[in-house]
Design a protein around this ligand. Structure first.
Ligand code: PHE
Length: 471
């Protein structure tokens, strides 16, 4: 449909490209919207003191998330390359490709634990079909169903394997026929279902208590870990700091208005996270579940609300299918980052790259799948061999999903602002669309990418290192 061949580098012709505007925006929003919004955001809120976390999170989305998103999209589209190639092509010096390399590594690191949670959604889909989930009538019974499910030594491993296999098939299908097609169809459906669930949750008895919890900050909970968690969550949720948006930007044509795309992606992602909060917290107070339930939070809380609804089991099936799909559009982007590196830089075929990397991630996912009771050494309890009292999955979640993304976002800002240069970044951002954004907007984004974002991330990291408050 789009004929951009003349403006592209020759060797990029078979890299693939989005077929149009909607496809690009929905694929990028599909990468952003995923388990990060519906699984990770609510339990990070619970661990980070409710409204306090939400306020810091929103601040980071605006001040760091959106500028980094625009920087990544621009770098990707200007270079038409994977993260390593993008730095190689746009910024001179031996160091910068390693920043892309860190992103590729982080993509694999995140995929290896993310696919385990994604596997849980498949398991819960199975439970809603078989009817087991209708026994989850309150916080306690639902908690038991969850604990015995995740402590099983085989199912979580098998399900994460199945999820990676599906991810492999989509990525192998290519940019337009695989990734774009799947996302365009499914993202709108997810949104409608979430909206309906939010209405139900808010009208439950005690629903308003949940709302108050979500939006009232308890400043006494302020700590470095909460700030780090909110920063990591903002980056994780927007798929930033590791080159996913560089990669997706690299399949975009000059017809795309990257300002608009970036603002749309950030707004949609944040809106869906808040919507998930509006579902989880009222339900949590209603079901008297424990707000500190960690990675199991949504799996424990949501089934209790489904059982309070007419046609609850149908809603449960629809919800877990869509959650699985939202997860899929994110795992696809994680795998795509690594695959695009091996295809562009190492000349591997898309098929070989996708099967090899998905397979490697499956092996790396196994310890995370066993980290909730199946292997006490990995489960963060008394017999655990791991530091900080964390289970293997949570440890990886913190390392890759908070620290690595923050370091990545810092380096991307420094590279784009100080070595590629703000004028080149802004003209890449607006390439094909002259003067489409009012002047103060450009200056503010320039200032944020050049000074505020790197400084803010660095300050958080330095404080954490100096005080030793790692997790
Ligand atoms: N943003 C995705 C989510 O919220 C996770 C993700 C992180 C995907 C980093 C790609 C890169 O679920």
């Amino acid at each position: 449909m789009i004929n951009m061949a003349s403006s592209q580098l020759n060797e990029n012709i078979d890299r693939g490209q989005w077929t149009g505007r909607i496809g690009f925006i929905l694929a990028a929003a599909g990468s952003a919207i995923g388990l990060g919004n519906i699984w990770r955001f609510p339990y990070s809120v619970a661990e980070g003191g409710g409204g306090l976390f939400v306020i810091i999170y929103l601040f980071f989305v605006l001040v760091i998330g959106l500028p980094v998103l625009l920087a990544e999209l621009s770098l990707g589209r200007a270079s038409q390359r994977n993260p390593v190639g993008a730095f190689k092509a746009m910024i001179p010096g031996k160091f910068w490709p390693y920043v892309g390399g860190l992103g590729v590594l982080t993509g694999g690191g995140i995929l290896a634990f993310y696919s385990v949670i994604a596997g849980w959604t498949l398991g819960y889909l199975g439970k809603s079909v078989s009817g087991t989930l209708s026994q989850a009538v309150d916080g306690e019974s639902s908690g038991q169903i969850f604990s015995s499910f995740v402590a099983d030594p085989t199912w979580p491993v098998i399900l994460s394997g199945i999820f990676l296999l599906i991810t492999f098939f989509v990525v192998r299908g290519g940019v337009a026929k695989g990734i774009e097609r799947a996302t365009t169809l499914l993202m709108p459906a997810l949104f409608v279902l979430l909206l309906a669930l939010a209405v139900r949750a808010l009208t439950l008895p005690n629903g308003m208590e949940g709302l108050i919890y979500l939006f009232t900050p308890d400043w006494s909970k302020l700590s470095l870990n909460v700030v780090m968690g909110a920063l990591g969550q903002a980056l994780f949720s927007l798929s930033l700091g590791m080159g996913a948006m560089i990669t997706y930007g690299s399949y975009a044509s000059k017809k795309e208005n990257l300002w608009k795309s970036g603002i749309f992606i950030a707004t949609a992602d944040t809106g869906i996270a808040l919507l998930a909060g509006l579902i989880i917290f009222p339900t949590l107070f209603f079901a008297s579940a424990d707000p500190q339930a960690g990675p199991g939070l949504v799996f424990v809380v949501l089934p209790t609300i489904f059982n309070q609804m007419p046609f609850g089991s149908v809603v449960a099936m629809a919800f877990f299918s869509l959650l699985g799909i939202a997860a899929l559009t994110s795992t696809v982007s994680l795998l795509e980052v690594v695959v695009s590196y091996f295809v562009d830089e190492k000349g591997w075929s898309r098929h070989t790259a996708s099967i090899t990397i998905a397979g490697a991630c499956f092996l790396l996912a196994i310890p995370s799948a066993l980290a909730f009771g199946a292997s006490p050494q990995l489960s963060g309890g008394d017999d655990s061999i791991l530091p900080f009292g964390l289970d293997f999955l949570s440890l990886n979640n913190n390392i890759w999903g908070n620290y690595s993304l923050s370091i990545g976002a810092f380096l991307i800002c420094v590279g784009v602002a100080w070595f590629w240069g703000i004028p080149k970044f802004l003209s890449a951002l607006e390439d094909g669309h002259s003067q489409i954004f009012p002047m103060p907007g450009r200056q503010i984004v320039g200032l944020l990418v050049k000074i505020i974002c790197p400084l803010a991330v660095l300050t958080v990291l330095i404080f954490i290192i100096a005080t030793g408050n790692y997790f």
